[in-house]
Design a binder for this molecule. Sequence first.
Ligand code: ZN
Length: 690
Amino acid sequence: MTTAPQEAENPLLNITDLIDYAAVRPEHVMPAVKKLAADLEKALARATAPETPATWDAVVVPLEEASLAFSRSWGAIGHLQSVVDTPALRDAFNEALPLATDLYLRISQDEALYRKYLGIEKSDAFEALSPVRQRIIRREIRDFELSGAALPKEKRERVKAIGQELSQLSQKFSENLLDATNAFELILPDESRLAGVPAETIALYRASAKAAGKTGLRLTLQFPSYLPAMKYCADRGIREALYYAFSTRAAEFDDGKYDNTPIIRRILELRREEAELLGFKNFGELSLATKMAKDPAEVLAFLRDLAKRSRPRALEDAGEVNDFAKKTLGIDEVEPWDRPYAAEKLREARYSYSDAEVKRYFTQNAVFAGLFRMVETLFGIEIEEKRTSVWHPDVKYFEVKREGKLIAAFYADLYAREGKRSGAWMDGERTRRRLPDGKLVTPVAYLVTNFAAPVEGREATMTHDEVTTLFHEFGHTLHHILTAQEEAQVSGINGVEWDAVELPSQFLENFAWEHDVVKAISRHADTGESLPDELFKKLIAAKNFEAGAFCVRQVEFALFDMLLHAEFNPKTDSVPALLDAVRKEVAVVFPPKWNRFPQSFAHIFAGGYAAGYYSYKWAEVLSADCFSAFEEEGVLNPKTGRRFLTEILERGSSRDAIENFVAFRGRKPELDALLRLSGIVDAPQASKKD
Ligand code: ZN
């Protein structure tokens, strides 16, 4: 068979080792997606054919080859669309999107494939499979069953219909929230009522008015507009008006045009029905079936313990703000719209330092060199920059070696530019695995951030915030590329429980707050000096400011979310009453009666966090507790580093996250390290050592 010349020239199809990114054009997208989707369809048909034996080699292997080929190209296309978007590329991506979405969905619900997996599990040969392969088969079966594949036809159809209705309701929830947010504006003729607001925010208000065809200044409920006003605007009336508008969004007020109240109830009813159809008592149980936490009771106990232990500090935090507001700002009764303002004034009075001053110390080359040296010491690797074909001249490519042998690689795309999505993230480009012929495929990752590009002739510098972001994403990167797994489904971050996947990233972030590390990664742009101790102390103090108050707020949201999905009856119970009860139990400050927080809680009604909001704190506990082992044994102790590598980073999802944790730490997770590292409880006085 001869290959069409276009195919041979398509860099998305013609992948031998690395993708030739510089050669990818929008016109390559559709032909590549069509060809690889057709290959995958063929593999699926073969795997599910009646005459195909239910064995690992006949079903799993060929399907996986086709599926990985498809997802690698499709992943690369999605990546390019995120980082070097052009109208032509976006059109090509959007043209291919329905094809890819539909294909993935069909495979995940394919009943014949589900039967083949069941067949493998029931066969005599199953016991002869490696424990990891047995785990993969069982997990696939679980996932099929969670999408309703095992139910009789009528119920299966109902699960599908619920899924569709839920996705429409989530979409409507987001739209209402967005429309309600956009419907508000506050127009001011001049700056006279904006004393205290930073000049760049004032400029934003002016630009916003101009863009809307108004004169003067325009304040909205979008975060870049809303947050600085709440934090800095000295005029109490402005803050109150904004707060009222913000916290009554998407509710019954203003004709209820964007009211999310009935949507919330319907979502909760459908989730409960879905959970019951799938054999669970409630949606909380269904959500946790794929997570590290066992059941709602475990999550509730965790949250309540955290609340109990952080509440004293939260009460202190709130009291301090009240006292300061009274004495210094002349506010006797601190209302919710005063709190961010008063807290910011207190923070400035106590820990003032300038971000710009700190930034001069974190020159980018020093930060990267220091970070690389640190992980090289901890995990026994070498990182080396190499040249290869990339999608933008600023992109760097690094090889990772151990004892001189190539084990992985990653691309670093660091700078903000037009056509690049904002934020920072890591994505797997290629997964580590052993091919049927015995050859090893090494993993590749994308590390993406949006730091400011260096100005011609000057070295780039980073805020400490950006440094922690880099450490965070580098933690994800290491998790993906330092895996030792040889089956794609358990390799790197694949299949890692959702509430444990932030462990390595948050873990690495802790190092950016460690004195020795900060010394090693800082080098002043002019003087070459590392960050002075005095500035470092201020950084730490400012980080821990209001930690108690922040923690109980997160617990309030998480507890509300879990109770809503585990114990709440959507047919008879009241959402506001539940939220009131949660606040009485854990909160230290109380919003006014007209606050409609649930109507804008998009994480759980329009995002993926339903019965999962606790994950933020859950993963923080794990990461802080892992980091505390380094504090005990030496922050840069290679022995501790190797243990973290072999028990956690290398394991992927080849065993449960809790087993990884216990193997590393020698015990179950405890809250103490998080409470200490976030400044909620004081560290015990260290005995003097040199
Ligand atoms: Zn993360």
